[in-house]
Design a binder for this molecule. Structure first.
Ligand SMILES: [Zn+2]
Length: 165
């Protein structure tokens, strides 16, 4: 389903201060997950942009502990609002909340890909101290290592859903 715009407003931009910031809210249907709201902020003056997603129907804080043991688990859908933190204890990964967070709707594998994208390039060198981290992530992406994805969202707007369950 294409996103449908349900609301749009012009307001003051937090960066340049002009009233040229357009905030649009879209709703769309995501398989497995249901209705998701997408906020898009765009300033026509300075180019400031941000976006965020969240489940349209949500309750209180969620804390999900999701075991990843198979390729199917790696393909589970992750809806990650800007209020969400993701922790993977076995891999030493922590993704903090914040508006800079990208890939709002992704998969468990996509979360790991993004972690790898942010690893300093020297860690890909076999002799570097942080190479073990890269190897662990790569093994996890190849389903050679089990791990747990812990998703915490104080606003309850995020979730992890597996196909076929
Ligand atoms: Zn601006």
């Amino acid at each position: 389903m294409e996103p449908t715009r349900i609301h749009s407003t012009m307001t003051e931009c937090p960066v340049c201060g002009n009233r040229t910031l357009e905030i649009s809210v879209y709703v769309y249907e995501v398989p497995l997950v249901g209705k998701v709201l997408l906020d898009v902020w765009k300033c026509s003056n300075c180019g400031y942009r941000r976006s965020d997603v969240g489940l349209a129907e949500h309750g209180d804080e969620v804390m999900i502990s999701f075991k990843v043991k198979s390729p199917e688990d790696l393909g589970a859908l992750v809806v990650k609002s800007s209020s969400a933190t993701i922790v993977i204890p076995e891999l030493g990964v922590e993704v903090s909340p914040g508006p800079a967070a990208q890939d709002h709707i992704t998969t468990v594998e996509g979360v790991l890909e993004r972690v790898l994208d942010n690893v300093p390039s020297e860690c890909f060198d076999e002799s570097s101290e942080c190479n073990k981290f890269v190897k662990d992530i790569t093994r996890a992406m190849n389903s050679e290592k089990e791990f747990t994805v812990i998703l915490i969202d104080p606003l309850g707007k995020s979730t992890i859903r597996k196909w076929g369950t």
